[in-house]
Design a protein around this ligand. Structure first.
Ligand code: PBG
Length: 343
């Protein structure tokens, strides 16, 4: 009989079967459960992704993401100050760019005064102590919603990388602390590192979306940044096949070799096996993105009274910690921070 197979009870008592070991003993009271708890979620684990739009004093709701809003830069700066006060370490910005500014190559990303860079400056002015994370992907800026330059039906890698590296320098100049390219082009981490260093931004870090999978869970995000109606086809020629795990290790290894300071797994909850593998393999700062679809599922089930939304939110985030995450990008961040503060 192998040690994991089920013993035959044969009329024996539980103690005869298990010896004196009773695993329920430490679960009997709140104090003992707290004492042996292995993982904890704190405000220091949270990164808050927010959506920004043009204009002033504007707040738009996003139907697929109840409780999440697109905010004009002034309001985003106020919210960043509130987040800093709550102790949230960092904020990640995503722009919903006016459709008239989107084009085939996403050239708007190279405007030093674009929405994302204006947001960074405003957030840094309002909340100097919160980390600002900016995205390097082209999808908010392209007329086709793809993350790279689209030519003859192909997302061209190297030209896209060049553009993203140039954009990263502008983002750093605006005050970004971490550049987090979410595009999955080959070679982008090395190119961004070189460009940052060549421009004196040695202290600006890179969080690589090292393993970003082609996923249905991004749906609500595309509504939030306005690419839903634009995107034709899918992103399978650059995002990872969600059937693969070894390939995820190769992606992370490559990005770390090119100079990534932190790595990220995206989506989150369905990919905790990848988180654990990367943490064990590389022992690097490892993050996960609880993406829009994951947020929306919890919100929708909660709104229907099918689950306790607050408990599901906390359980899902603790699961990331258990899997080995150092932090989580989550739309729940301010709600969680408030909950943790209340204790
Ligand atoms: C694209 C990008 C995506 C997300 C952030 N940046 C995926 C996509 O639209 O294909 C997803 C975030 C989320 O779903 O919360 N560079």
């Amino acid at each position: 009989m192998n040690k994991h197979s089920r013993p035959m009870t044969g009329g024996r008592s539980v103690d005869e079967i298990t010896g004196s070991r009773r695993l329920r003993r430490m679960r009997k009271a709140d104090w003992s459960r707290r004492l042996v708890q292995e993982n904890r979620l704190t405000v220091d684990d949270l990164i808050w992704p927010i959506f920004v739009i043009d204009g002033e004093n504007r707040r738009e709701s996003i139907p697929a993401m109840p409780g999440v809003f697109r905010m004009s830069v002034d309001l985003a700066a106020e919210e960043a100050a509130r987040a800093a006060e709550l102790g949230i370490p960092a904020i990640a910005t995503f722009p919903n760019v006016d459709i008239s500014l989107r084009d085939q190559t996403g050239s708007q990303i190279l405007d030093a005064d674009n929405l994302i860079n204006r947001a960074t400056r405003a957030i840094k002015a309002a909340a100097p102590n919160i980390g600002v994370i900016t995205d390097g992907a082209l999808d908010p800026f392209t007329s086709h919603g793809h993350d790279g330059i689209l030519r003859d039906g192909v997302i061209v890698n190297d030209e896209t990388v060049e553009q993203i590296a140039a954009a990263a320098v502008l983002q750093a100049r605006a005050g970004a602390d971490i550049i987090a390219p979410s595009d999955m082009m080959d070679g982008r981490i090395g190119a961004i590192r070189d460009a940052l260093d060549a421009n004196g931004f040695q202290d600006v870090a890179i969080m690589s979306y090292a393993t970003k999978f082609a996923s249905a869970f991004y749906g609500p995000y595309r509504e939030a940044i306005g690419t839903k109606g634009l995107l034709k086809g899918d992103k399978k020629t650059y995002y990872l096949d969600h059937a693969n795990s070894d390939e995820a290790v190769r992606e992370a290894e490559q990005d770390l070799a090119e100079g990534a300071d932190m790595i990220m797994v995206k989506p989150g909850l369905p990919y905790l096996d990848i988180v654990r593998r990367l943490k064990d393999e590389f022992a690097m700062p490892t993050f996960a993105y609880q993406v829009s679809g994951e947020y929306s599922m919890i919100e929708a089930a909660s709104a229907n009274g099918w689950i306790d939304g607050e408990k599901a939110m906390m359980e899902s985030l603790l699961a990331f910690k258990r899997a080995g995450c150092d932090g989580i990008l989550t739309y729940f961040a301010p709600r969680v921070a408030e909950l943790l503060k209340r204790g």
